[in-house]
Design a binder for this molecule. Structure first.
Ligand code: NAP
Length: 329
């Protein structure tokens, strides 16, 4: 089969497309013919091992997995003898931040890491549904949201931000979203009530107060956003911040509430991927969630896809389409 090969950490130019042996599923695994994958910011962090602690997951000296990729959509071709929840012919999609080796024509995965696709969803739409949404949901589920509350989302056009706006909207939360001028219509279409154009205004000077500030693109800080928060409000960022402050402040701010006006920071440690996937599928079926797709690249242009995603300007997701016309081995 054709697969992207990843043998050492570094820039996208180190990746290459090669013919490798088609994998065989273990007893509790599915063999999936991959139809679409994505290149996302988790993949970019993995291939470069940046931040360095990524190596604890991906391999200390060199990648443990031979093929990169985290999100996928495809069809089950075969199942191991212990698999009960899915069968050959099922259309499935999924995500695992530890890597699924999905940037290939075939992959194997534990049955719990894939779920069946909603009817009518295309593979290209399905592939981009989970990475951003999983992280977005792990901002949201760290706080006690109440219907009608106001939340500010910075970076509302990214994979995480575009998912956060839709998830918050589906929970009845009023969203103020921060994005660039050219993305205002997109962000409004996702459900934002108010949009701040960061090219014209500094959102940290906004005079409105919010229950929570979610900086999904990691371009601000708790100290810059503190006055945007209502008493008892929380700031969450996707980035470690200057001197990794977004790791340390969540330990300190809950202890010094009187000094911060009862405002805290929270670290969005993402857990329970399957829970996020099941929620997102339900919202897709209810017409409340749709992956935003920026552009598509064929597997053959994987290096260009990584280089594009690394620029940090994609709107939603970058999909990798995987052809199956070549004779199989
Ligand atoms: N370490 C990891 O494993 C990991 C995994 C996932 C995400 N993350 C981090 O989480 C962040 C967001 O991830 P993502 O996947 O959502 O990113 P993404 O899809 O690449 O999107 C980033 C978005 O932010 C927008 N943006 C850029 N500068 C901005 C600014 N100053 N203010 C507001 N918006 C701005 C970009 O559009 P415009 O440029 O057009 O405005 C783009 O749509 C990234 O910093 C990423 O490194 C880390």
């Amino acid at each position: 089969m054709k697969a992207v090969i990843w043998t050492r950490y570094g820039p996208p130019d180190l990746l290459r497309l090669a013919e490798v042996k088609k994998p065989t599923p273990r007893d509790d695994e599915l063999l999936i013919q991959v139809q679409a994958a994505t290149v996302n910011r988790t993949d970019c962090a993995s291939i470069r091992a940046k931040p360095f602690f990524m190596r604890l997951v991906t391999g200390v000296f060199k990648p443990k997995k031979q093929i990169p990729g985290t999100e996928f959509a495809g069809v089950v071709e075969a199942v191991g003898k212990e698999v009960t929840s899915l069968k050959a012919g099922d259309k499935v999609f999924g995500f695992d931040d530890k890597g699924t080796e999905s940037q290939a024509q075939y992959m194997t995965i534990h049955e719990e890491s894939a779920i069946s696709m909603p009817e009518d969803l295309s593979y290209r739409e399905a592939a981009g549904c989970f990475e951003g949404a999983h992280y977005a949901y792990n901002f949201i589920n760290k706080v006690a949201l109440k219907k009608g509350q106001s939340v500010l989302v910075n970076g509302a056009t990214g994979a995480i931000g575009s998912a956060a706006v839709q998830l918050l909207n589906s929970f009845g939360i009023r969203v103020t979203a921060v994005c660039a001028t050219e993305s205002i219509a997109l962000v409004k279409s996702l459900g934002a009530e108010k949009v701040i154009d960061y090219k014209k205004e500094d959102f940290t000077r906004d005079e409105n107060k919010y229950a929570f500030v979610f900086d999904t693109v990691g371009k601000s800080s708790f100290f810059k956003c503190r006055h945007l928060l209502q008493p008892g409000g929380a700031y969450i960022s996707s980035d470690l911040g200057y001197m990794a402050q977004n790791i340390f402040l969540p330990l300190i701010t809950p202890l010094i509430r009187p000094l911060t006006g009862n405002k805290i920071t929270i670290f969005p440690n993402p857990v329970n991927i399957r829970g996020s996937m099941l929620l997102v599928r339900e919202l897709i079926e209810q017409g409340k969630f749709k992956a935003v797709i920026d552009r598509e690249f064929p597997l053959e242009q994987i290096i260009e896809a990584y280089k594009y995603v690394e620029k940090g300007h994609k709107k939603g997701n970058v999909v990798i389409t995987i052809g199956h016309n070549a004779p199989e081995k």
